[in-house]
Design a protein around this ligand. Sequence first.
Ligand SMILES: Cc1cc2nc3c(=O)[nH]c(=O)nc-3n(C[C@H](O)[C@H](O)[C@H](O)COP(=O)(O)OP(=O)(O)OC[C@H]3O[C@@H](n4cnc5c(N)ncnc54)[C@H](O)[C@@H]3O)c2cc1C
Length: 303
Amino acid sequence: MTARDVKEIFDRGLFRGEIRFEEPMSAHTSLKTGGPVEIMVFPEDPLSLKNVLSACERENIPSFVLGAGTNLLAGDTGTGGVAISLREFRSIEPTRDEGVLFVGAGTPLAMLLGFAQRNGYAGLEALAGIPGSAGGAVYMNAGSFGTEMKDVVVSVSVMNRHGDIEILDRDRIGFSYRSSNLPEGSVILSVNIALRRDDPEAIRQRTGEFLKKKRAAQPLGESSAGCVFKNPPGDSAGRLIDAAGCKGMRAGGAEVSRVHANFFINTGNAVPGFHGAHADRKGKGQGAQRHRARAGDKDSGSQ
Ligand SMILES: Cc1cc2nc3c(=O)[nH]c(=O)nc-3n(C[C@H](O)[C@H](O)[C@H](O)COP(=O)(O)OP(=O)(O)OC[C@H]3O[C@@H](n4cnc5c(N)ncnc54)[C@H](O)[C@@H]3O)c2cc1C
């Protein structure tokens, strides 16, 4: 999509929301790395999203979806194409089905946990401390302390690259360890999750306990993208990296966390080349490279 295409979409009243050009990805990733993306859009409604996706499809322009950027490694040389942020798709509503909440994809997970706690919906407590959006959490099948998104998801509403919306039941999402297998190009618009009713105070206490454990084991206040490597069967990547003596190891501004060896920290001027990942201005669909790895559910606080 070129600036001309964007202008046309605006002029014809086909897009509601914000559009930015040459927007630094570093402002949208928890690692605080990443050069400018050519175009970043923040559609306010499904129709605007559809019009952007259709324009990208028609013009053969790469696009990628940006959640809260807490699991993204964006190339430092800049990214071609269009980044689509769903931050405006933010809502939490109880449905007619007892215990089932409708959650917009751009809703921060922390906001969802807060809502659930205040209103007596139990089941998400173990996810406390995981940053990111509801859409990103579904896409990554985020989890910790033995609970994963797949345990609560009933269905998701997705838009395909032609702008058609489909409801996919949990069984069609293809959840596995820190990943999902949605149809290629699907944009998650919302998710329905099933929780059980419980006393808000009991939920608050459980959430607090999980958060305390996590804060003790993970460098939550630092700039990172969470765990980098997946746990191998029967072991923890963090333990292995620690045993190899890598805690505190540095390359430029990137450091292997001294708190949790599977967290790589940006101490200020880290560049993604350190991880061997690189986004290419010309590369299609390579806009922001996804962390391939997520770690498992260990009481040590590993993901
Ligand atoms: C300090 C810290 C702690 C963490 N702890 C944990 C943990 O305990 N457990 C864990 O599992 N993870 C953890 N993470 C990793 C991360 O928070 C999760 O993977 C989170 O679910 C990513 O959500 P996001 O919205 O930030 O997604 P992003 O990073 O923005 O995107 C991740 C992927 O999801 C895709 N995506 C995002 N939204 C959508 C959508 N609406 N439709 C289609 N695709 C979409 C993106 O294209 C991208 O491929 C941690 C990260 C940090 C920084």
